[in-house]
Design a binder for this molecule. Structure first.
Ligand code: BGC
Ligand code: MG
Length: 554
C-alpha cells in the first residue's frame, strides 16, 4: 500500500558533540543486575543502588536493556507500552532517580528502543489485528495467504518456524521476525514512524542520552514480499544461534537491512535527537551485509554508532579479530563502530576464547582490556569486568524461548544472563533475598565483586586500573588503528592520534610468547611481562602497551 521510498534525503551532518566516540559503554541487563525487593528479578532501584560501583569502573555510559511494560515472552524485548516501566522493574519515578544519580556520577544513560517490533499485547497491535480497515490496520505487516492457504512467502523467524502467523479476525498473516508474540511494525507507514518518534521523545524529555536500537535492521521489509534466496551451507556467517537453524539457511535479503531504513527511520530520529542536543543513536546491525550497512548508516545515514555482532560471534583467534576490525575500518569512512565480546545474547567471551580449555585468571582480564583498546566504542557487559564464564544450565532451568526451541543443539541465552555475583559468601551471591529467576552458578562465587575487591591481583582491579589510564590516553580513545604482522597467537596493533603512538600487544595463547617490539617505554602491562632491549616476553594471556616515542616501526 505504501510506495517504496527512494534514497532521497541528504546525508546527516556530523554532531556538534560527539562524546560517544571512544567512550566506554557498560551494558546492564536489568533482570540480572540486582534485585532490591526480593522477588528474584533485578530492578531499577537495584541498578541505582550499584551505580557507584559502575561509575568506579571508569566507564562512561550505561546501556540498560528493556525495562518497559512487557509480557516478558522475550524478557522485555517484547514491549507492550514504550512509555512506562514494567512493575517488575519499578516505576517511572525509579527510572528518574536512576537517571539523576547516574548523571550526578558523570555517567550517561542510553536505553534500549525496541522499535522494529512490539509485543502482541501492545494496544497498537490489539487494534490492528481486529479488522482490515481499522485506523491501525496498516501499522503492522499484514498479508493474504497464498491460494493454497500457506504463508505469503518463505521468510523465517530467527527463533524458529515461519515468520508469519495467522490472524483469524482478519483472515491474514502478520510478519514476526522473532517470536509470534513480537509482531513487526510497518515502517513504510509514516504514521508508525511518527508514533515511534513520539515514544523516543518521551524518553528524550526525561533526559536519556540516547538509544540502542534493537534488531533495527529488521525494521523495513520489502513491500513486494519477495522470497529470500537460499544460503549455501558452507557460508561462514558469524552465527548467534544454532548452526542448523532454518533461519541460517536463507539470506535475509528482503526482510532485513533494506536500503530504505536510513531515510525512513534513522534520519527522522536523528533530527529529533538533534533538537535535544548531546544525544546519540547506536544501532544493532547484524547479518550478511552488516559491514556495508554499518558504514552506510553511521556515516551520514542517521546512526552515530553501528553496533557490530562480528566480535560477539567470531572465531576466538587473533586473525579473526584483526580481519573483522580491518574490514570495518576499510569501509567505515566517517562512521563509527561499537565493539563487544559479550552481551545478553551470546556465550560469555572467556568461555569462547578458552576454547574448551580452562579459563585462566589472566584471560579474564585480557579480553576486556583488548576490547577497550580497539578503535571504536567498546561495550562491556555486566560481569565481564569480573571475567565471568558462561553458566551451564540444565534444560529445566532454561527460560529463553530461543534455547527452549533449539535445545539440545543450542542452549540459548540463559547461560550469559545469570545474576551478577555481588558477594561470595551470601545466599544467591547477594543478588536477591528471594529465589533468583535464574540460578547463580557455583563457579561464579569466587569471582564475586566482594571477593575480587579483596584480591589486588583480581581482574576487576586490572580492568579498573586500565580504564582509568585509558581515558587519559588520546591514542586509545580516538586514535587510528594499524595492525602489525606478528606470529599467532599474538595480536598486535598501534593506536596513534598523530602525535603519539601506542603499541598494544596481546598474547591470546596459553604459552608464553616472545616478540621483538622495538624501542619504546612500557606504559602498562600484565604481571610477568618483561621488556629487554626491544624484546618483549609475555606470559600466557599477557598483554602490554608501549609508547613509541614518535618512532613508528613495523
Ligand atoms: C536482542 C535480543 C532480542 C531480539 C529481538 C536482539 O537483537 O538483543 O535479545 O531477543 O533483538 O528483540
Ligand atoms: Mg526485584
Amino acid at each position: 500500500m505504501f510506495e517504496k521510498t527512494a534514497h532521497r534525503l541528504p546525508k546527516v551532518g556530523a554532531r556538534r558533540d560527539d562524546w560517544w566516540r571512544g567512550a566506554v559503554i557498560y551494558q546492564i541487563y536489568p533482570r540480572s543486575f540486582l534485585d532490591s525487593n526480593g522477588d528474584g528479578v533485578g530492578d531499577l532501584p537495584g541498578i541505582t543502588s550499584r551505580l557507584d560501583y559502575v561509575a568506579a569502573l571508569g566507564v562512561d555510559v550505561i546501556w540498560i536493556s528493556p525495562f518497559m511494560i512487557s509480557p516478558m515472552k522475550d524478557y522485555g524485548y517484547d514491549v507492550a507500552d514504550y512509555c512506562d516501566v514494567d512493575p517488575i522493574f519499578g516505576t517511572l519515578d525509579d527510572f528518574d532517580r536512576l537517571l539523576a544519580r547516574a548523571h550526578e556520577l558523570g555517567l550517561r544513560v542510553i536505553i534500549d528502543f525496541v522499535a522494529s517490533h512490539t509485543s502482541n499485547e501492545h494496544g497498537w497491535f490489539k487494534e490492528s489485528r481486529q479488522s482490515r480497515n481499522n485506523p491501525k490496520a496498516d501499522w503492522y505487516v499484514w498479508a493474504d495467504p497464498k491460494p493454497d492457504g500457506s504463508p505469503p512467502n518463505n521468510w523465517l523467524a530467527v527463533f524458529g518456524g515461519p515468520a508469519w502467523e495467522w490472524e483469524p479476525r482478519r483472515g491474514q498473516y502478520y510478519l514476526h521476525n522473532f517470536l509470534k508474540e513480537q509482531p513487526d511494525l510497518n515502517f513504510h507507514n509514516p504514521e508508525v514512524i511518527a508514533a515511534l518518534l513520539d515514544q523516543a521523545e518521551f524518553w528524550l524529555r526525561r533526559g536519556v542520552d540516547g538509544f540502542r536500537l534493537d534488531a533495527i535492521d529488521f525494521g523495513v521489509h520489502d513491500p513486494r514480499l519477495r522470497d529470500n534466496p537460499p544460503r549455501p551451507r558452507d557460508n561462514n556467517l558469524p552465527l548467534n544461534g544454532p548452526a542448523t537453524s532454518p533461519h541460517a539457511m536463507q539470506y535475509q535479503l528482503w526482510n532485513k537491512a533494506r536500503p530504505e531504513l536510513a531515510d525512513l527511520f534513522f534520519k527522522p530520529l536523528h533530527a529529533l535527537t538533534e533538537r535535544y542536543g548531546g544525544r546519540m543513536l547506536l544501532g544493532e546491525i547484524s547479518g550478511d551485509r552488516a559491514l556495508e550497512r554499518m558504514a552506510e548508516y553511521s556515516a551520514g545515514g542517521g546512526l552515530d554508532i553501528a553496533y557490530s555482532f562480528d566480535l560477539l560471534t567470531c572465531a576466538p583467534t587473533p586473525a579473526a579479530i584483526r580481519e573483522i576490525v580491518e574490514a570495518v575500518e576499510r569501509v567505515l569512512d566517517q562512521g563509527w563502530a561499537c565493539w563487544a565480546f559479550c552481551n545478553h545474547d551470546v556465550t560469555r567471551a572467556v568461555t569462547r576464547f578458552a576454547g574448551g580449555g580452562p579459563v585462566t585468571p589472566r584471560l579474564r582480564a585480557l579480553l576486556p582490556i583488548l576490547l577497550c583498546s580497539l578503535r571504536g566504542t567498546p561495550c562491556l557487559y555486566q560481569g565481564e569486568e569480573l571475567g565471568l564464564e558462561e553458566a551451564e544450565l540444565a534444560f529445566e532451568q532454561l527460560k529463553d524461548p530461543y534455547g527452549l526451541a533449539f535445545w539440545p543443539e543450542y542452549k540459548g541465552r540463559d547461560g550469559c544472563r545469570t545474576p551478577m555475583p555481588w558477594s561470595a559468601t551470601s545466599v544467591h551471591a547477594g543478588f536477591t533475598s528471594g529465589e533468583p529467576w535464574l540460578p547463580v552458578p557455583a563457579s561464579h562465587l569466587p569471582l564475586a565483586v566482594d571477593a575480587q575487591e579483596r584480591d589486588p591481583g583480581a581482574p576487576l582491579h586490572m580492568i579498573r586500573d586500565f580504564l582509568a589510564w585509558r581515558r587519559t590516553e588520546r591514542p586509545l580513545v580516538r586514535g587510528a588503528i594499524r595492525f602489525l604482522d606478528v606470529a599467532h597467537p599474538v595480536l598486535a596493533f598501534e593506536r596513534s592520534d598523530g602525535e603519539r603512538t601506542l603499541l598494544c600487544v596481546f598474547n591470546l595463547g596459553t604459552l608464553p610468547a616472545e616478540l621483538e617490539v622495538g624501542r619504546g617505554v612500557l606504559r602498562r602491562h600484565a604481571p610477568g611481562v618483561t621488556l629487554h632491549a626491544g624484546d618483549a616476553r609475555l606470559p600466557e594471556h599477557g598483554w602490554l602497551f608501549i609508547e613509541r616515542n614518535g618512532e613508528a616501526r613495523r
